[in-house]
Design a protein around this ligand. Structure first.
Ligand SMILES: [Mn+2]
Length: 418
């Protein structure tokens, strides 16, 4: 059966008609904003250039370990997932890449998939390996870990899987692999920490050796879950150790939900950038643990503070904001339409980024040197409390997207397949 998305696909005309209806309101908001703060053309250009990759697994309704409540019209194939991301990108002009998970998304016809993605203006971002679960017909189990496993044969199987993932990525034009391991232990004494680290490092070295010249390896850490006593890549220190030992192509990846409660993520980001070892980002939000909620839905101020450090740190190293780090959403939950949710997440990222671009860095720096704590706080919060939604909308309009991308879908052009 032909999916409904083809019948209700949002065209450029729909977007333009929507924009036209709301243009007067938008203009008023933008005029107010630019009367309050100076917005240089460069800021708008940066917002237009910024792209956030959408992971293939965020397009279906997520589940919990207690159950899953699927919504209507979830994508059934890689082709439909690409169409969904194409729709997001048409609306917000900021979701121009898709991140695949292997083996969940192995393309049958790589060439055709690449052409389909290109027709939606999409690139393939980092590919993701999976040794955190056993696949059907898999010879050896990852129950006690993969790259850390005490048995060399299990490690070898996991290494070969990762090399396979790189090959799939090469065929699609990806330039990075993200390795997230669930390896660790649930009980004291179960694991020799040093052997687990060493085995993991040796395994990563073999995968690293298979990287094409222009590729990066992102090593993602997580504090706990599914292992609850130790994780073999448990924090940014461990990830950085691996990345430093592996070489120039290895970097730490920060997933916002993978820290212990109240961790100062913005400080972690600043130091990783200083070391030239921050590779990429997985955006989500959380109140307790790895909740994978919509970006900016719980702690928007923290998101702003992180972007403040990102902008400051990338500028200090002369980095290109849009291309020198890997930006990706990594969220999945049970109650919202995934496409609407992703539009909200991307919008939250753009808002935090725009606010960070508006921080008066020169004055902040002066205030820091004078230990003027009150002024420092005022400068940061002045940017955070600026309503930049009109600026974000203006960037979308200038790129041919919908001024209120997240709102279009709530009306007549409700997204998704039914
Ligand atoms: Mn992640």
């Amino acid at each position: 059966m032909k999916s409904k998305i083809h019948d209700s696909k949002i065209t450029q005309q729909h977007i333009e008609a929507h924009n036209e209806r709301h243009f007067a309101k938008h203009k008023k908001r933008l005029d107010f904003l630019t009367s309050e703060v100076i917005v240089e053309w460069e800021i708008l250009q940066k917002l237009m250039d910024f792209q956030v990759a959408i992971p293939s697994w965020a397009l279906g309704t997520g589940g919990t370990r207690f159950g899953r409540f699927p919504g209507g019209g979830e994508p059934r194939s890689l082709e439909e997932k690409i169409e969904d991301v194409g729709l997001l990108h048409a609306l917000n002009r900021t979701s121009g890449a898709i991140s695949l998970h292997i083996p969940w998304d192995i393309p049958e016809d790589g060439q055709a998939i690449q052409e389909l993605a290109a027709s939606h203006g999409l690139k393939f971002d980092a590919v993701n390996s999976n040794t955190f679960q056993d696949q059907q017909n898999q010879a050896l189990s990852y129950k006690f870990g993969s790259l850390q496993h005490v048995d060399k044969a299990v490690r070898q199987q996991a290494i070969e899987h990762n090399i396979e993932v790189i090959k799939h990525g090469v065929a699609l034009g990806s330039e990075a692999i993200t390795v997230w391991l669930s390896d660790g232990s649930c009980f004291p004494g179960q694991l020799n920490f040093r052997s687990a680290f060493q085995n993991t490092l040796d395994s990563l070295r073999e995968i690293y050796a298979a990287l094409p010249l222009n590729w990066k390896m992102f090593i993602e850490y997580k504090a706990f879950e599914p292992n609850f006593y130790s994780m073999t890549v448990g924090d940014w220190g461990q990830s950085l150790l691996y990345a430093n030992k592996l070489g120039d192509k290895a970097f730490t990846l920060v997933d916002l939900g993978h820290h212990l409660p109240n961790a100062n993520i913005e400080q972690i980001v600043a130091l990783l950038l200083m070391e030239g070892k921050l590779g990429g980002f997985h955006f989500n939000d959380s109140k307790y643990g790895d909740d994978d909620l919509t970006v900016g839905s719980i702690r928007p101020y923290q998101l702003f503070l992180i972007f403040n450090e990102l902008v400051e740190g990338m500028n200090a190293r002369g980095m290109n904001h849009s291309t020198d780090l890997g930006w990706m959403i990594d969220a999945s939950h049970n109650v919202k339409d995934p496409l609407e949710d992703l539009l909200q997440s991307v919008e939250a990222i753009q808002i935090a980024y725009a606010q960070a671009l508006l921080v008066d860095r020169k004055t902040l720096n002066e205030a820091q040197l004078e230990n003027d704590t009150v002024r420092c706080q005022e400068i940061l919060q002045a940017a955070y409390r600026t309503d930049v939604r009109a600026l974000v909308a203006e960037a979308k309009l200038a790129s041919g997207g919908g001024a209120d991308a997240a709102w279009i879908c709530f009306g007549k052009w409700k997204l998704g397949r039914n």
